[in-house]
Design a binder for this molecule. Structure first.
Ligand SMILES: [Zn+2]
Length: 343
C-alpha cells in the first residue's frame, strides 16, 4: 500500500508517495543542503516504468530509489526510460549510471546538446564560462576566492550523451497517457517540462519551483540572455491550460499559474530594484548585487558563501542584460568589465 502524498508534510522524507492516479513521487537526497532533495516521478508504462528525472548518481540516492521501486513491485531493470528535464547532475547523472548497468533509454531536451558537449570536451572546464562572466561583472575578488577553494575538477565520467534528443512539442506515450515535451529555456538552455494535458499535470523540473526562484543560466555554455529566455518560458507555460504543479524540488499541491504569476512578480520587483541601484550609481553587476538583498532571509552579498555569491552576481548580470534589452539602462565596457548607467 503506497501512501498518498501529503502537500503539508516534509517533502524530503524518503519513500514513495502517490500524488495523482498512476504518478508516484520519489524524493532522493542531495549532498548540498540548499535544495535538500530532488523529486523523481515514476509512471507505470506498458512494459515497465518511465521515470521523470533520475537523481544525482550517489550511493545513498541509488539505494533509496531501489527501495522505492521495490515498494512499487519493480527493480532497476524494469525502468525502461528516463525523461530528464535538464542536464544538471541532480537530475541527469543517475540515469546515465543506471543506463550503463541496465540499459534504459535516456531522453533529454535537444537544447542541452551544446552544453553537454562542452562538459564532455576533455580540455574544458564547466567553470570557465562562469569565471569569464564574473570577471565581466567586476567580481575579480570572488573569482580568486572560488579558484583558490575549488574542489577537484568535475568528474566528467558521470556524463554521457542521451539516447534521444527531445524536440519542442515531442509527444511521448506513457502507459495509457500522453506527455508533451515543452521547451522552456532559462534555467538551462535546453530545459523541458512534460505536460500531461488530459490529466492536468505539469512535470515542471526546475522551471517552476514552489518555494524558491530557480537559478538562471547556470551551465557550461549559457545562452546569451538566459533571464529573457526564462521569462518568455514562464509566459509560455502561463499561456497553457492551468495544471497541478509537480516540481523537481519542493512539495506538490500548488497550481502552475499561481506560482508562475508569483515568479513573474518577483522578477519584476528585482528588475525595479536593479534599475534603482544603477540609478544610484552602482555600475557593475557586482556592485548592484551588493546593493540588493538575497533569499527570503534577506542576506547581503558579503555574508554569502562563494558559490551562492557567484549565483547572486550572475543573476544580477542577467537582470542588467534584460534592462539593456528593454532600453532602460545603457551599457559600456572598460578593461573587460561591463558598466551600466541610466540614461
Ligand atoms: Zn535541480
Amino acid at each position: 500500500m503506497i501512501a498518498d502524498d501529503d502537500p503539508d508534510g516534509d517533502w524530503t522524507a524518503p519513500g514513495v508517495f502517490r500524488c495523482a492516479p498512476g504518478v508516484y513521487r520519489i524524493p532522493l537526497p542531495l549532498p548540498q543542503d540548499g535544495l535538500r532533495a530532488v523529486n523523481v516521478y515514476a509512471l507505470p508504462d506498458r512494459d515497465g516504468w518511465t521515470l521523470i528525472d533520475s537523481g544525482w548518481s550517489l550511493a545513498e540516492s541509488r539505494e533509496l530509489l531501489g527501495a522505492a521501486l521495490a515498494r512499487l513491485g519493480a527493480g532497476f531493470a524494469d525502468v525502461r526510460r528516463f525523461l530528464v528535464t535538464h542536464q544538471h547532475r541532480d537530475h541527469y547523472t543517475q540515469a546515465i549510471a543506471l543506463r550503463r548497468e541496465f540499459g534504459a533509454e535516456v531522453a533529454l531536451g535537444r537544447g542541452e546538446q551544446p552544453g553537454l558537449e562542452e562538459i564532455l570536451r576533455e580540455d574544458g572546464s564547466p567553470f570557465d564560462a562562469h569565471m569569464t562572466r564574473l570577471r565581466r561583472a567586476g567580481a575579480d575578488a570572488l573569482v580568486r576566492t572560488i579558484l583558490a577553494s575549488r574542489p577537484e575538477p568535475g568528474n566528467v565520467s558521470e556524463w554521457e550523451l542521451p539516447d534521444r534528443w527531445l524536440d519542442d512539442g515531442a509527444e511521448i506515450a506513457v502507459g495509457d497517457g500522453l506527455l508533451t515535451a515543452v521547451a522552456t529555456p532559462g534555467h538551462t538552455r535546453g530545459h523541458v517540462v512534460f505536460a500531461d494535458d488530459a490529466a492536468g499535470l505539469l512535470f515542471a523540473g526546475d522551471h517552476v519551483l514552489p518555494r524558491i526562484t530557480p537559478s538562471i543560466g547556470f551551465e557550461a555554455l549559457p545562452a546569451p540572455s538566459p533571464l529573457a529566455s526564462f521569462l518568455s518560458s514562464l509566459h509560455l507555460v502561463r499561456s497553457r491550460k492551468d495544471a497541478a504543479l509537480l516540481p523537481a524540488h519542493g512539495p506538490v499541491g500548488m497550481r502552475v499559474h499561481e506560482r508562475v504569476d508569483a515568479l513573474l512578480a518577483h522578477h519584476a520587483d528585482r528588475l525595479d530594484a536593479t534599475l534603482t541601484a544603477v540609478g544610484e550609481g552602482r555600475s557593475t553587476a557586482h556592485d548592484v548585487a551588493g546593493a540588493l538583498t538575497w533569499t527570503r532571509h534577506e542576506r547581503r552579498l558579503p555574508d554569502m558563501d562563494p558559490f551562492n555569491a557567484m549565483l547572486a552576481v550572475l543573476e544580477t548580470q542577467a537582470h542588467l542584460e534584460v534592462l539593456v534589452e528593454r532600453g532602460a539602462v545603457a551599457h559600456g565596457s572598460q578593461d573587460g568589465v561591463d558598466h551600466y548607467t541610466t540614461s
